[in-house]
Design a binder for this molecule. Structure first.
Ligand SMILES: *Cc1c(COP(=O)(O)O)cnc(C)c1O
Length: 419
């Protein structure tokens, strides 16, 4: 054995090991033993193999050394969960990927440097020349941009469809259709999609369903129980949860694992183990954060509904939202992100109102611990359906602040709408 292969600090399986086996080890093979909050606490941890440390350490590295030439030359190109080369991940990456896959109920997950990169690798395995891909009209803007600027020029036909289409998706499927892309609720406009109905239509023709589950998160929406084959996440949002790292994740069924994972390798995408560590750290508290932020979001959303300045609040968690029944059927909770359609006001009044807010930041992203508010205009991004809500739209993210302070802040800023 070369001098640099040192004996491990503790033999993981020896009876002398000072750390007892933790439940995640015991139940790793039977996920049904653990409920969501137990999984977020225990999945992706293995203190026995890491000198007893509670958290998976940050394993940095590019080169991985092999025992001999034969082992090096016979490494399995399809085993993406083994130590081969830093670009394919280290134990820190695998810990995050395994925790997310277990929580959402998929076969396996892969980490990407951003949510948009996750969208790209979910789509490209199905983007052959002459292929036809169905994409929801309420899709996240940069995903639509990728389809327009990067897939269409290579001869992929992109057809946008009504978010409310449900089972009628079957009528749009052609012999060359290769995938159906969904997002529930829609970016900025928050229409709910009937994912099981869409999946039934697509699966009848053996076509996979890709869904952006950033809003639902692996915590509040278990994609694979509702017919999704490939689930995409901007881990940047609630999984990281602290506005300090970018992260993408794709979770798949067994059937689509290698097509997606090979695309990640072919593009050379890889993620810093430090960022995987931050995402794992965020994941540990996703349950308490999201339940609390959901309650706060409902409080603020209901207050907004009672205001004379507000035409409509777009939030499936509200009882009178058109998507409420679908949300209640399929989701176990709601993100703290919603839209607010204001009554028509003079030009610039909305910008003045947002500028007047003291506690809400103005900026991209969401899912952190802090509240945000931006102006949005989804109408220009729609082609299959018309978006005309009757007034200007703002998007609000509710963080962990006290709701009384947030409401007082909104109340004082609303004065600018009529000033
Ligand atoms: C933010 C977001 C993304 C992209 O995530 P990034 O990490 O910012 O690239 C994808 N989908 C949805 C719905 C998002 O809100």
């Amino acid at each position: 054995m070369p001098w640099y292969i040192l004996p491990p600090l503790f033999e993981p399986n020896s009876s002398e090991h000072p750390v007892r086996l933790i439940p995640s080890k015991v139940f790793m093979t039977d996920k049904k033993h653990m409920r969501r909050d137990t999984l977020t606490t225990h999945a992706g941890r293995d203190p026995q193999s890491h000198a007893g440390l509670v958290n998976m350490p940050v394993y940095r590295g590019s080169t991985v050394l092999f025992r001999d030439v034969e082992t090096y030359e016979n490494r399995d190109p399809n085993n993406f969960k083994s130590m081969r080369y830093g670009v394919h991940g280290t134990p820190t990456t695998f810990a995050l990927e395994d925790a997310i896959a277990q929580l959402e109920g998929g076969h396996a997950a892969v980490a990407l440097p951003s949510g948009l990169a996750a969208i790209v690798v979910a789509l490209v395995p199905f983007a052959k020349q002459g292929a036809h891909i169905l994409v929801v009209d309420s899709v996240y803007g940069p995903a639509r941009n990728f389809c327009e600027k990067r897939l269409k020029p290579f001869g992929v036909e992109i057809e946008y469809y009504d978010p409310l289409i449900g089972g009628a998706i079957a009528k749009l499927i052609r012999p060359n259709t290769t995938a159906v892309y969904c997002e529930a609720p829609g970016s900025l406009t928050f229409e709910m999609q009937d994912l099981p109905a869409i999946a039934a239509g697509a699966h009848a023709k053996d076509i996979p369903v890709i869904a952006d589950n950033t809003w639902g998160t692996p915590y509040f929406f278990h994609s694979f129980e509702h017919g999704v084959d490939i689930s995409v996440h901007a881990g940047t949002k609630y999984i990281v949860g602290h506005s300090d790292a970018l992260m993408g994740l794709v979770v798949t069924t067994e059937k689509y694992w290698l097509p997606v994972r090979r695309a990640v390798a072919d593009y050379g995408y890889c993620v810093s183990p430090d960022d995987c560590y931050l995402a794992l750290r965020g994941l540990r508290t996703i349950g308490v954060r999201m339940r609390h932020q959901q309650q706060s979001a409902l409080t603020v959303a209901r207050w907004l509904q009672s205001r004379p300045e507000v035409l409509r609040v777009l939030y499936p968690a509200l009882e009178n939202d058109p998507g409420h029944a679908l949300w209640k059927r399929d989701f176990t909770g709601a993100a703290s992100l919603f839209g607010v359609v204001l009554k028509p006001v003079v030009d610039d009044a909305v910008a003045d109102m947002i500028d007047e807010l003291k506690l809400f930041g103005i900026g991209s992203s969401w899912g952190g611990f802090e509240s945000l508010c931006i102006r949005a205009n989804p109408a220009k991004g729609r082609t299959a359906t018309k978006w005309s809500p009757g007034g200007p739209l703002i998007r609000i993210h509710i963080g962990l602040e006290d709701t009384a302070d947030l409401i007082a802040d909104l109340e004082q800023a609303f004065k600018r709408l009529t000033a």
